[in-house]
Design a protein around this ligand. Structure first.
Ligand code: AHM
Ligand code: MG
Length: 349
C-alpha cells in the first residue's frame, strides 16, 4: 500500500485538537515580529509592538466586559479632551493602558495621545529609539451601543537615542517606520505594517494570542463601496457633492454606502473589500474632523503599503508636515483608482 492510500483519520495532531487550531499554520504576533528583528534597532521595535499588542488585548477585554462592569467602564467620564469632545470612561482607561505600556517598554522617548493636550515625555531609557502617536480608543460615540471601535498607532524613529526631543513628534507621515490598528469588532483584529507588507492578526481568546490570519493584505484597485457621513452633505462643496452624486448613479455594478462612524471599522472594511472612506473638508470644518498625526497618518501609511492611496483631496496625506500635534486633515482613502477619481472631482471645480 502506498503512503497516499493509507486512511487518514485526522489531519490534526492531539495538541491541535486540544487547542482547536492548526498548529502547522500557527504564527502569533509575538513570533512574527521577533522574526522581523534583524538588529538592535528592529529588536527594540519588536519589543515596542509587543507592548502595543498587549495593550490592545487588555482593551479588547474591557470592551467585552463593558456592559457587565456595573457602569465602571461604560458611559461618560465627565471630562473633555483638548478638542472639547466629551471623554468616555473607556477612552481614559484605554489611554492609561496604552501610555503605561509604552512607557514601561522603555523603547520610546515621547508619545502623543488623542486624549492628552501636551506631548508625553517617556521615562528616560538607553533603549528609547522610537516615538509613538496613538488614538487609544477611536469611535467613542459607538462605545455604549456595542458597535465596533478601535485603537490606532503610528511609530517614528527618535532623532537621538534616549533623548526627549519635542520636534520628533512632528515628522511627516511618510517618515513613519510602522503603523497599525486594533479593531474591537465581531472579532478582534490587529493590522500591522513595519514598512513592508500589511499583515492582519485575529485574537484567539482561548490562547490569548493574536494569530496571523491575513498575510500580505492588498486593497483591491477599485471597489463598490463608498463611506462618508452624508448627514454633512449640506456643508459639502460642489466637488464633493458632484462626486457622491456620480457614484450613486453608477449602474454597473451599483455602488453601496456603508458608514459605521468608527474610522477603524470603516477603514478595515475598505482595506479588505475596496472602495473609499472619506472625511472631507466642508464649510463647517475646513480641515475635516480626523486628526492628522494619530488618525490620518497611520491609516494612510497602512493603505499605501497595501497598494491603496490616501489623499487630502489634492495631495498625498503622508506628505503633510504637521505643525501641531492635534491638527486635523480632510482625508479620502482606499482603492487607488477610486481615490484618484475623488481627487479629480475635488480639483475640477
Ligand atoms: P473620536 O476620535 O472622537 O472617536 O472621533 C473620530 C471618529 C472616527 O472614528 C469616525 O470616522 C468619525 O469620528 C465619525 O465622525 P462623525 O460622527 O462626524 O461622522
Ligand atoms: Mg479618534
Amino acid at each position: 500500500m502506498t503512503r497516499e492510500m493509507l486512511p487518514k483519520t485526522s489531519s490534526r495532531n492531539q495538541l491541535e485538537d486540544a487547542l482547536d487550531v492548526d498548529v502547522e499554520d500557527l504564527q502569533t504576533l509575538g513570533t512574527f515580529i521577533i522574526n522581523t528583528a534583524k538588529d538592535e534597532d528592529t529588536s527594540d521595535l519588536s519589543i515596542l509592538i509587543q507592548s502595543i499588542g498587549t495593550s490592545c488585548k487588555y482593551i479588547a477585554n474591557c470592551v467585552r466586559k463593558l456592559g457587565l462592569a456595573n457602569g465602571k467602564l461604560g458611559g461618560k467620564a465627565g471630562t473633555e479632551n483638548v478638542q472639547g469632545e466629551e471623554q468616555m470612561k473607556l477612552d481614559l482607561v484605554a489611554h492609561e493602558v496604552f501610555s503605561r505600556g509604552l512607557d514601561r517598554s522603555g523603547r520610546c522617548t515621547v508619545m502623543v495621545s488623542e486624549e492628552v493636550e501636551e506631548l508625553i515625555p517617556c521615562a528616560s531609557s538607553p533603549h528609547g529609539r522610537y516615538v509613538c502617536v496613538f488614538d487609544p480608543l477611536d469611535g467613542s460615540s459607538n462605545i455604549d451601543c456595542s458597535v465596533s471601535i478601535g485603537s490606532i498607532f503610528g511609530i517614528y524613529k527618535a532623532t537621538e537615542r534616549g533623548v526627549f526631543n519635542p520636534k520628533d513628534a512632528l515628522q511627516p507621515g511618510k517618515d513613519m517606520v510602522a503603523a497599525g490598528y486594533a479593531l474591537y469588532g465581531s472579532a478582534c483584529n490587529l493590522v500591522l505594517t513595519i514598512g513592508g507588507c500589511v499583515y492582519g492578526f485575529t485574537l484567539d481568546s482561548s490562547l490569548g494570542e493574536f494569530v496571523l490570519t491575513h498575510p500580505k493584505i492588498r486593497v483591491p484597485p477599485s471597489g463598490n463601496i463608498y463611506s462618508i457621513n452624508e448627514g454633512n452633505s449640506k456643508f459639502w462643496d460642489a466637488g464633493m457633492a458632484n462626486y457622491v452624486n456620480h457614484v450613486k448613479n453608477i449602474q454597473d455594478p451599483p455602488r453601496s454606502l456603508r458608514y459605521i462612524g468608527s474610522m477603524v471599522a470603516d477603514v478595515h472594511r475598505t482595506l479588505l473589500y475596496g472602495g473609499t472612506f472619506s472625511y472631507p473638508s466642508d464649510s463647517k470644518s475646513k480641515d475635516g474632523k480626523l486628526r492628522t498625526l494619530y488618525e490620518c497618518f497611520p491609516m494612510a501609511y497602512i493603505m499605501e503599503k497595501a497598494g491603496g492611496a490616501a489623499s487630502d483631496g489634492k495631495n498625498r496625506i503622508l506628505d503633510i508636515t504637521p505643525h501641531h500635534i492635534h491638527q486635523r486633515s480632510p482625508i479620502h482613502m482606499g482603492s487607488a483608482e477610486d481615490v484618484k477619481e475623488i481627487e479629480r472631482f475635488l480639483t475640477e471645480q
